[in-house]
Design a protein around this ligand. Structure first.
Ligand code: FES
Length: 247
């Protein structure tokens, strides 16, 4: 424990995590919203994941106060909530900037240019992985497969897709975000702040779910071909019959 009584944990990047800063923004309204989320499920603890997103929307990260609030509402221990919050990479222990920028560096994206994009952004923003720019605008993180390999190399801003990226389009994207220029995902909504996006993930829609196209040309190529060639999926009965024949 540090001399000031707060815990400092060291993570892979060797930067200490400010465990508690004593300026939590969790209010009675947040607690009421947590109860609202818990009431949506037959078993309240099923709401823990959205509740942690709600904590991030208020605090900008998962704080000890947020963990205790979730535990209090769900009748869990802080250790149980902490175990969940530290398991998933979508829950952040350090403050996230106004925009979370992820670069896919998994195999396909990496060989299509993802590694190059990530290196270029690290230099351009003067940050390392999982770090935030000095102006607090951008947090950069390398991501594993975003399930969007048909548009490799892809990036995400606050979990919205940006397709077929290049080092040049990537630096332009982060410059636009920092300048406050309106940015739209080619397959999603206009980009809001990370905290706003976290509130949507918590289960409080902002009414923009249908903004932008949802399926892109490359993703729908198989469907287009199937329609052109009159292909249909076998019905449930015929696959069961085929399976019986093989037996
Ligand atoms: S490898 Fe990048 S989206 Fe799949």
């Amino acid at each position: 424990m540090a001399e000031n009584g707060s815990w400092n944990h060291t993570t892979a990047t060797d930067k200490p995590v400010p465990y508690s800063t004593g300026d939590s923004k969790i209010t009675e309204t947040t607690i009421a919203e947590m109860r609202q989320l818990a009431a949506r499920y037959p078993v309240g603890r099923s709401a823990l994941l959205p509740m942690l997103h709600l904590v991030q929307s208020v605090e900008g990260r998962v704080t000890p106060e947020g963990i205790e609030a979730c535990a209090g509402v769900l009748g869990l221990t802080g250790a149980e909530v902490s175990a969940v919050a530290t398991f998933y990479t979508m829950y952040k222990r350090r403050p996230v900037g106004d925009y979370h920028v992820g670069v896919c560096t998994n195999t396909l994206c990496a060989i299509m240019g993802g590694d190059l994009i990530f290196e270029r952004l690290k230099q351009h923003l003067d940050v390392g992985n999982d770090e935030t720019t000095e102006d607090g605008k951008i947090t950069l993180e390398h991501l594993e497969c975003n399930a969007a390999c048909d548009y490799a190399p892809v990036m995400m801003v606050n979990w919205e897709f940006f397709d077929d990226m290049t080092p040049e389009s990537a630096t332009q994207l982060v410059d636009d975000l920092r300048d406050g220029t309106e940015v739209k995902s080619p397959r999603g909504a206009t980009i809001c702040t990370w905290k706003e996006a976290e509130r949507v993930l918590a289960g409080f829609p902002d009414g923009r779910a249908d903004e932008g196209p949802t399926g892109g040309k490359a993703t729908l190529a198989g469907l287009r071909l199937a329609r052109e060639r009159n292909w249909t999926a076998p019905g449930r009965d015929s696959s069961a019959a085929d399976a019986r024949k093989e037996d």
